[in-house]
Design a protein around this ligand. Structure first.
Ligand code: NAD
Ligand code: MG
Length: 402
């Protein structure tokens, strides 16, 4: 490899951002940090700026950007600080950038990630919500922009590793592949009795048994909406029909997913559950670099279990499959309603089991459209947020007065 790759880390202060910077530090001969971004976590971004000395630091929150500029003024005046959602988009598409880690959580990541794709970067995709919202348009832009799209989500990264060696995501149906077997840990409530699910707390939902992640994705794992979003993500990345994307519960999170071939072979990618492995893979692909992750000790693991998912207990998985089949803006509406419902659960405004109810009611109420422009997608996202918020408000009203 010649020269260092200039990398922009979108969502640098989050779980994916921290793991990315850890891998980058271990391989500083290969990568240099061009830009770091966050929502409003000034303290953490300030520390990261002093450590990684990026050319730019960007905060979505303008006041937070002002604060950071002030704090960096004496310590690192060479770092340019920008603020606002527009700055996030422009930083993702700058000519000097080779590689973008899309590590923002939720719909907020859509426009910066699309910009990275549109401008032909090497895009490391953790922000699955962006792809779920805009699937066809997103993949079209990958082709038009000439981007290299590499999945970071551990399952999709595993699937990519098990694909024929010439295959890249977005290049159509892979030869000889019969099925994708998407594994799921089952989350913290896998074995809980259904009547107890109603009373679980945000802290319990965020205590994932195998992975240490941000709060939104942790709740998504607990409802299994995360696996639903991942089915949609796999559909767009690997071009297999929904009926050939099978979900399996695998509580140990050692097999990160599998690919079943026509000849009866099933290839699996395994490893300790640590996001630095898929991050390192996507950073260096097709080469391999140190990720700081211990080798898997199969003797310690001992056994691997697999089971069918319970869609009665976890209706989010069914809802995600339904919106994938419905097409158009249905996945964007599901995603928006989910983001609102998850936040309401984290704020202790609704029960855990109300999350799928809010999503299903929103899907019934919001008019869906063909997802043929980003404006239509964003408009239906806005409608869905308003609708889901209204449903939650009416539920709270009912609780208050009953
Ligand atoms: P996190 O909450 O830990 O971090 C989110 C990052 O996004 C933070 O840097 C935050 O400042 C930034 N952000 C949040 N809202 C923003 C906004 N409105 N504008 C700009 N920036 C904003 O989340 P995470 O766990 O790191 O997840 C990030 C993404 O990666 C998600 O889409 C998630 O589904 C995906 N992912 C995460 C993991 C994991 O292990 N954490 C695994 C697979 C996929
Ligand atoms: Mg995943």
């Amino acid at each position: 490899m010649s020269g260092q790759l200039a990398i922009t880390v979108l969502g640098a202060t989050g779980s994916i951002g921290l793991s990315t910077l850890d891998v980058v530090s271990r391989n500083s001969d290969r990568y240099r940090v061009f830009a770091l971004t966050a929502n409003r976590d000034v303290d953490r971004l300030f520390e990261q700026c002093l450590t990684y000395r990026p050319r730019f630091a960007v905060l979505a929150d303008v006041d937070a950007a002002h604060d950071l500029r002030h704090r960096l003024h004496d310590k690192a005046p060479d770092i340019e600080v920008l603020g606002g959602p527009e700055a996030l988009i422009s930083i993702a598409g700058m000519d000097e950038v080779d590689c973008v880690m899309a590590g923002i959580v939720g719909a907020a990541g859509l426009m910066p990630t699309l910009e990275a794709v549109r401008t032909g970067k090497r895009v490391l995709l953790a922000n699955k919500e962006a792809l779920v919202m805009s699937g066809a348009l997103f993949m079209q832009q990958v082709q038009v922009g000439g981007a290299v799209l590499l999945p970071v989500d551990s399952e999709h990264n595993a699937i990519f590793q098990c694909m024929p060696h010439t295959y890249v995501p977005g290049s159509g149906q892979p030869d000889g592949v019969e099925k994708i077997l998407l594994t799921a840990s089952g989350g913290p409530f896998r074995t809980m009795m259904p009547d107890q699910l109603c009373g679980v707390t945000p802290a319990q939902a965020c205590a994932h048994p195998n992975w240490d992640m941000g709060r939104k994705i942790s709740v998504d794992s607990a409802t299994m909406m995360n696996k639903g979003l991942e089915v949609i993500e796999a559909y767009w990345l690997f071009s297999l029909p929904e009926s050939r994307l099978q979900v399996m519960i695998h509580p140990q999170s050692i097999v990160h997913s599998m690919v079943q071939y026509r000849d009866g072979s099933v290839l699996a990618q395994m490893g300790n559950p640590d996001m630095r492995t898929p991050i390192a893979h996507s950073l260096a692909w097709p080469e391999r670099i140190d990720a700081g992750v211990d080798a898997l000790d199969m003797l310690k693991v001992g056994r691997l279990d697999f089971d069918a998912p319970d869609t009665q207990r976890f209706p989010c998985l069914r809802l995600a499959r339904e919106v994938l089949c419905a097409g158009g803006t249905a996945p964007a509406v599901l995603n928006a309603a989910n983001e609102i419902a998850v936040q309401a659960f984290l704020d202790e405004h609704i029960a855990f089991t109300t999350i799928p109810e809010v999503i299903e009611s929103t899907l019934e109420k919001v008019s869906l459209h063909a997802a043929d422009s980003i404006e239509v997608i964003l408009e239906d996202d806005t409608q869905a947020r308003a609708c889901a918020s209204g449903i939650i408000a009416s539920l709270q009203g009912r609780r208050m007065y009953s």
